[in-house]
Design a protein around this ligand. Structure first.
Ligand code: AMP
Ligand code: MG
Length: 301
């Protein structure tokens, strides 16, 4: 049964995976409105439910085994649905085994270190799932689109010359390779929305009092850099989708479908890790037998 579900999940996410080495043009290659044949939200409900169920099962084993960790990287433009995706995908898991970290504009203390430092400080431990709401990829996205961010990083002369973005792509790939080799799986998702859908969501934030708090004038300003972001995303996907940590481009115009896909991508990664409950040694089993006897003996008094 589980195998069948895993097969179904693998089929669903295959078209979303960025082939390592492929040259990606985001707008051309990935449709934000894609729904894999599902028409309405209702059609996908069973699948979403199953995804959450499987995630819960795998998480329990991951936590018990204390060997692997899973890092989930979420990137998106404003209103791309990162927060909602986190809420839905994680709805079935034990909060003790999950950390979520949202990365904002770097603080003075963070700028006092190398650019990967603050991300390394917030990695999940063994047995844990860590979610990065924005991530080290901001270092080749917002920092690239607005180079004044790079000025604030106080790099030495020479470190900015010739091909800084290519160098960062290599450094990030190497860092993720290092994490993978040491038991930390990196799962990367870009929630891909269309410009029209972003407009609709911004309007909703203005129209609905319960969504007003989410509105930020800065988001409107960022929207003017739409094309620059699409280009930075395409570069990022082309250079940092690797065999050890491939990118998945999640079609995000339909929130319900994005959530199905995101949970499917995480479940697929966990199924590959295939964590197991630890098997007890003979001595430990004997200890359990002794404990059982002692507890059963209590009833005799
Ligand atoms: P939000 O996710 O809406 O709370 O916004 C966080 C803001 O922090 C966004 O505008 C990001 O672009 C910005 N941000 C995140 N990481 C960095 C970074 N490394 N350098 C500059 N700005 C960043
Ligand atoms: Mg925002």
């Amino acid at each position: 049964m589980a195998d069948l579900r895993i097969k179904e999940i693998a089929q669903l996410i295959a078209p979303l995976r960025v082939t390592p080495g492929a040259s990606v043009r985001l707008a051309h290659d990935f449709d934000p409105g894609y729904r894999a044949g599902f028409v309405r939200k209702r059609d996908g409900e069973a699948l979403l439910h199953r995804g959450v169920e499987l995630l819960s099962e795998y998480q329990a084993r991951l936590a018990a085994q204390q060997c692997h960790g899973l890092l989930v990287v979420l990137q998106a433009l404003d209103a791309g649905g990162k927060d909602g995706t986190i809420k839905h995908v994680m709805s079935g898991v034990n909060p003790q085994g999950v950390t979520v970290h949202s990365f904002k504009v770097p603080s003075a203390a963070e700028l006092g270190h190398d650019y990967l430092w603050r991300y390394a400080c917030n990695l999940p431990g063994r047995g844990e799932i860590g979610i990065f709401n924005r991530s080290h990829y901001e270092e080749v996205l917002v920092v690239r689109v607005h180079p004044e961010n790079l000025d604030r990083q106080r790099l030495p002369a020479g470190a900015r010359d010739g091909g800084i973005w290519r160098r960062r792509f290599h450094e990030i790939n190497d860092w993720e390779r290092y994490l993978t080799d040491n038991g930390f799986r990196v799962v990367k998702m870009l929630l891909n929305i269309s410009k029209d859908e972003q407009l609709r969501r911004f309007m909703k934030r203005l129209d609905r009092p319960d969504k007003n708090w989410k509105f930020s004038a800065a988001d409107i300003k960022e929207r003017q850099y739409w094309d620059d972001y699409q280009s930075a995303f395409s570069q990022m996907l082309s250079h940092t989708s690797t065999s050890w940590a491939p990118w998945y481009v999640i079609p995000a115009d339909h929130k319900w479908f994005a959530r199905i896909c995101a949970s499917a991508v995480i479940v697929a990664a966990l199924s590959e890790l295939d964590p197991q409950f630890p098997k007890l040694s003979k001595a430990a089993r004997q200890e359990l037998a002794v404990a059982r006897k002692a507890l059963e003996g209590e009833g005799d008094h």
